[in-house]
Design a protein around this ligand. Structure first.
Ligand code: ZN
Length: 292
């Protein structure tokens, strides 16, 4: 059975796009996720507390969770200072974002894409010297809310640059849910990532994952309950929901190592923590195996 590696991003990507919740809730969510069988969790983000107040307690959350030896935890960082904090806290899997769209990169990170690429080149030796790995997430890979279409050749250029600079892993982010199966095929025929990060903002999340599976991709991000909205479309859904992905993959004969019932219970916890109804279909309807 083919193993599909799911990285659970609800504690970071999910909660970063929700109203802030207390550290206690974050610790509870991460610990519940690490009991579902998921092998990778994007746990925290070491960003400036003024920039993203939702992640201001990253050090506290990271120090209070119960580390599961079977789980690889990672952190997102915006810059050298963030990397230093993550490495000092003991994280060994670090992620950094650069946007394929210059406009999105300026809005998000206040500098051009090329300036971000220079920063990343400087970051890689620092991360490697600590025995850690750096994953570069290329945001807006499938389209940009400001610029529209992004040429696959532009994404390929960025990947070539960061690989030459020593990046360990590459992820493509569909930051605002613009991907469709056709766009997935077009981009992946030009350049391949290690991992894909889809949003379900426009209902194409699972279709995109199936297309990527057919093209041989075996690593995906997903967020319990679909936690996390779309920063540019208030009320719209964000990340693909982990329980929808796992429910589909298991029925297709793939292994994820995840216990679906425990995962659904964790998505229910996420829903209670953020105090709003989440839109995940499997959370709402239950799994196909739950007979009436
Ligand atoms: Zn996301």
């Amino acid at each position: 059975m083919t193993f599909i590696s799911i990285r659970e991003v609800a504690p970071r990507d999910g909660l970063q796009n929700e109203d802030p919740i207390p550290a206690d809730g974050k610790v509870e969510l991460i610990d519940a996720l690490s009991g579902t069988g998921v092998r990778r969790i994007e746990a925290v983000s070491f960003v400036h507390p003024k920039a993203i107040p939702q992640m201001a307690d990253a050090d506290e959350v990271w120090s209070r969770i119960t580390r599961n030896p079977d789980v690889r935890y990672s952190a997102l960082i915006p810059n050298t200072r963030g990397a230093q904090r993550a490495l000092a806290a003991g994280l060994r899997e670090i992620e950094v974002v650069v946007s394929a769209s210059d406009t999105h990169n300026r809005r998000n990170l206040n500098r051009t894409t090329d300036d971000s690429l220079d920063d990343i080149a400087g970051l890689i030796p620092l991360v490697h010297a600590a025995g850690a790995t750096l994953e570069v997430i290329v945001a807006t890979s499938f389209g940009c809310p400001f610029e529209g279409d992004i040429a696959p050749t532009r994404v390929a250029e960025i990947v070539a640059r960061v690989r030459a600079d020593g990046a360990d892993r590459i992820a493509f982010g569909d930051t605002t849910g613009m991907a469709t199966p056709r766009r997935v095929r077009d981009l992946l025929s030009e350049v391949r990532p290690d991992l894909l990060h889809f949003h379900d903002t426009r209902g194409t999340g699972l279709a995109n994952i199936v297309t990527a599976l057919e093209l041989g991709i075996v690593e995906f991000d997903a967020s319990a309950g679909g936690l996390g909205g779309c920063p540019y479309a208030p009320g719209a859904s964000g990340n693909v929901a982990t329980e929808e992905v796992v429910h589909m993959l298991h029925d297709m004969g793939y292994d994820t190592g995840i216990d679906l019932d425990r995962l659904i219970a964790t998505a229910e916890l996420a829903e209670r923590l953020v105090g709003r109804r989440l839109t995940s279909g499997v959370l709402r309807a239950g799994p196909r195996t739950r007979l009436v």
